[in-house]
Design a protein around this ligand. Sequence first.
Ligand code: FE
Length: 132
Amino acid sequence: MAYKVTKEDAEWRKELTPEQYRVLRQQATERPFTGKYVHNKESGVYTCAACGNPLFSSDTKFESGTGWPSFWDVIEQGHVDVKRDFSHGMIREEVVCGNCGSHLGHVFNDGPRDTTGLRYCINSVSLNFEKK
Ligand code: FE
């Protein structure tokens, strides 16, 4: 998969904080209920912490009770990519930034049933928030 933004590993390591690097570039997961956007209810747009690409709108954010920011849709088709992830003995759908390929989280099919039914479970560390 070719992304518009591609950087050497050393560049990412330099630009990102150690925690951002572990999550965005090494697929780590932040501990639940520790992220800064878990309970954020302000209106605005969540962007990729690595490249600034708009990813999710506050309009589709919901309280999932999981301890991670959860959304039932992406802001626009193509802004987010989904890849199959076989790590940790599970088959999951990994969510990555469509612009730079950085790891954001996973998507599950137990989202609110009156919406898309999806739950994009995203690390706060992978996001920045632009208030409207
Ligand atoms: Fe990105």
